[in-house]
Design a protein around this ligand. Structure first.
Ligand code: TEU
Length: 559
């Protein structure tokens, strides 16, 4: 693997709407981010991805962009953005923005012009088809947020357009070179400005299976999961390779792809030596137990499943390139609530999960608030739910015959509001996030779970993350932590997740992923203990005794 300077880094995702509100309107903003740059520096963050802050009607919280060249006034101005880039640079922090180009907003000028003249230049920027009442749709794919992928083109009774996500997010037609040129121009404009790179939103969707066609229905609605077409669509490399060559490569930009369901043979193309992206997220854990029926049919993840998914991904990426590892993001449940059984959630188990994923090979990502061990809020009433995906899934559950109470319970785990509640800075009103009314209620646990309560507590989740980061950057261990080969250890031992990192030195990472204590045979005597989420541990007859949810990292002595 060709070594890159970003390999040693630590990355952090900011969901601007919920990070820090500087002007009291209840919505986080760019000046709020600037205000917290020293906090991020203190944590040890090097790369920051900002979820969308472009002009947007916010039908999907900014993932519906109406102007790629402007900052939405809700978040600030272009001057604020420029200041953020400058101030971040002074602190050696690189800023990465979301690149949302599978679709734009229906309020984008391109779509407006397409509606005005569907046969003109901009009509060809989208997938528009002739259609009249009674005709079958061009395909029966279900959009990600429910219902068919087709919607009537405003102003035209005889035309429809394609949207893989919300109807306010019309898909851009990447088959059209003219559209691609517009995208590259915009990407280069941002990179020329000094942006560090991009996170590529929903990028796998830019290649459609054409001509559009039906697949067998998988629900009563007669539609099928859009994944069926993604499994069969080929040729995305032409677009991604071209984009890399025209934009990212000449700027030496850092990019991370939101890539789902990749095939092992695709990995070299995506993140190999001349890959389309620098890195891509490993979603193997987040998609565990996914069901085409809907969220209500999704079983909880077990420790064994979690371990197997991590190890498989590590094996797939091996020496090819660097995965981006995560336990949560703005679309997911808080990791500690997803991967740890509710009754076992504790300081110790939170630290175990943090340690297990952070020590994997790849680029570790922290989603805002994860470093505090922030948790999912309880969804008490459907009227409080903001997430369009959860609202759809609530209906899916009702349609499947669940009672309203059961349906509400069924969206609790995957509701995207879970990770979108405001950052809990301190115990003052609204967790110090805003002086106004927060756009999404603060989690009621903020009085005890907040940064101010953790920052000076050596034992806190926050300081645990700092220790993990310090170890990754420690000149003595860095080579091994960053590049050391990952070899699973005693992978068959139930609820034990352990692995070697073998580089200049050999480390053993071990976590007892259950409430009960368990022992682990040591392959060699314990050398230096680098991390331990409890006080000490016992070694008896070459067996390491681990308490429930104990996590340790140590070097091994040569035999
Ligand atoms: O997500 C893409 C995606 O495929 C899913 O994570 C999707 O949001 C989820 O299955 C719905 O429950 C990206 C963004 O991360 C997400 O926030 C946006 O809504 C989406 O693209 C559309 O831009």
């Amino acid at each position: 693997m060709i070594r890159k300077s970003w390999h040693e880094k630590v990355a952090y995702q900011i969901y601007p709407k919920s990070f820090c509100d500087s002007n009291g309107d209840g919505v986080g903003d760019l000046r709020g981010v600037i205000r917290k740059l020293d906090y991020l520096k203190g944590l040890g963050v090097d790369i920051v991805w900002l979820s969308p802050i472009y002009c947007s009607p916010l039908a999907d919280q900014g993932y519906d962009i109406s102007d790629y060249y402007s900052i939405d006034p809700l978040f600030g101005s272009m001057d604020d953005m420029d200041e953020l880039l400058t101030q971040a640079k002074q602190r050696d922090i690189s800023i990465v923005m979301d690149l949302v180009v599978n679709h734009c907003s229906d309020e984008h000028e391109w779509f407006q012009k397409a509606c005005a003249d569907p046969d003109g230049r901009y009509g060809k920027f989208f997938y528009i088809r002739d259609w009249k009442e009674g005709d079958p749709l061009p395909c029966n794919w279900r959009s990600y947020f429910g219902g068919p992928c087709w919607e009537k083109l405003p102003g035209h009774d005889d035309k429809i357009y394609f949207h893989a996500f919300h109807k306010k997010q019309p898909d851009l037609n990447w088959e059209n070179p003219d559209l691609r040129e517009e995208v590259y121009k915009m990407v280069n404009w941002w990179l020329d400005k000094g942006l560090g790179g991009f996170r590529l939103d929903a990028i796998i969707n830019i290649k459609k299976l054409l001509p559009f066609r039906d697949f067998p229905a998988d629900r009563e609605d007669g539609l099928c999961s859009i994944h069926r077409m993604l499994e069969q669509a080929t040729g995305i490399g032409q677009f991604l390779g071209e984009m890399r060559d025209r934009t990212f490569a000449p700027h030496n930009a850092f990019t991370v792809g939101e890539v789902f369901n990749e095939k092992p043979e695709d990995i070299p193309d995506f993140i190999g030596a001349n890959g389309y992206f620098s890195s891509m997220f490993d979603f193997a854990e987040t998609i565990l137990n996914h069901s085409d029926k809907g969220w209500y049919d999704q079983a909880p993840v077990t420790a064994e499943q979690y371990k197997a998914a991590c190890f498989q991904s590590q094996e797939k990426a091996a020496d090819i390139g660097f995965l981006s590892n995560l336990i949560e993001n703005h679309d997911e449940s808080r990791g500690v609530c997803r991967y740890i059984p509710e009754e076992d959630l504790s300081l110790t188990s939170k630290k175990l999960l943090a340690g297990l994923y952070f020590m994997l090979r790849g680029l570790p990502w922290i989603y805002q608030g994860q470093e505090l061990g922030m948790e999912n809020p309880v969804v008490r009433d459907i009227s409080q739910v903001n997430d369009i995906s959860a609202l759809d899934q609530y209906q899916v559950a009702l349609d499947a015959g669940l009672s309203p109470a059961q349906a509400l319970k069924s969206i609790q785990m995957h509701c995207r509001d879970n990770a979108r509640t405001p950052f809990q800075w301190d115990a003052t009103a609204n967790a110090g996030f805003t002086t106004g009314t927060p756009w999404l209620p603060v989690n009621s646990n903020y009085k005890t779970l907040n940064l101010a309560a953790q920052i000076d507590d050596e034992d806190s989740v926050y300081n645990w993350y700092r220790k993990l980061i310090r170890l990754r950057k420690d000149p003595v261990w860095k080579e091994t932590v960053v590049y050391g080969e990952l070899i699973p250890y005693l992978a068959k031992q139930k609820n034990l997740m352990a692995y070697y990192r073998k580089g200049e030195k050999t480390l053993l990472v071990a976590g007892n992923f259950q409430r009960q204590p368990q022992t682990m045979a040591l392959p060699a005597p314990v050398g230096e203990v680098l991390l331990n989420n409890l006080d000490g541990f016992q070694v008896e007859d070459g067996q390491l005794c681990l308490e429930g949810y104990q996590f340790v990292v140590f070097s091994l002595e040569e035999k």
